[in-house]
Design a protein around this ligand. Sequence first.
Ligand code: PGA
Length: 274
Amino acid sequence: MNQNKRGGAMSKRKMLVAGNWKMNKSYAEAVNLAQQLSYSSKEWEVESCVCPTHLALKAVANVFAFDHAPIKFGAQNVFWEEDGAYTGEISASMLKDLGCSFCIVGHSERRELFSEGSEQIARKAFSLIQQGICPIVCCGEPLSVYEQAGATEYVARQVREVLEILVPQLEAAGISLTPEKLVLAYEPIWAIGSGKVATPEYANKIAERLRAELATVVSEDLAAGVRILYGGSVKAANAGMFFEQEHIDGALVGGAALIAEDFSEIVKQAGCVA
Ligand code: PGA
């Protein structure tokens, strides 16, 4: 086991590599990718998760179950109501029914294209936590904010706004927010799908600031235990540098998650620093 900035065996937070397939892969292609991942997963040592489209979730789940593959699966979006007249939407209890462990919320593509804000993101996270599904809450600054060196406060505010709505809702429901119930993903928007990556040191500084925010708004325990992923053009060639950072506990992978060998290589690299 490597001694690294994460403190090697000292780090209590377990690495997580999540793949966001976005609106890609037909049903047959999704099954095929799941089969390839399932085969590769024999060599993986850390927690992994893939998020296909809702339409392919059950098929991907079946492949992993059939192969006894240790890969978790999740959704890319959810609606906060449990059931009812909400045409086109899917609830957290439906995701639970399929066996989802995670669900991405607040991805920048949803914030930008579907005008999702902190209120909606918090409600989605709440409905997921109620069902025992871990939300992967995304944050990240646009290029203009990055260029003005305002990213740290921008993303801290994004996370604070969600927590300030989410935590009282959980308290009212008698649920305490413990570290395993939440994952954050820091994804600078200018790095998503662009081939540009943040430097590992920069991403680590932002993740450290997010921990400070968790400590202020909720508790030191949460700040120390919540996993923070980096996302934005993560590839096999750069993933290892992020995984060595003290405050980064894995990756949210888009493009490279669509190719089995690439995703597998990233998960294996996470295993080297876990
Ligand atoms: P990317 O996407 O790896 O293709 O940049 C990451 C994401 O949007 O989650």
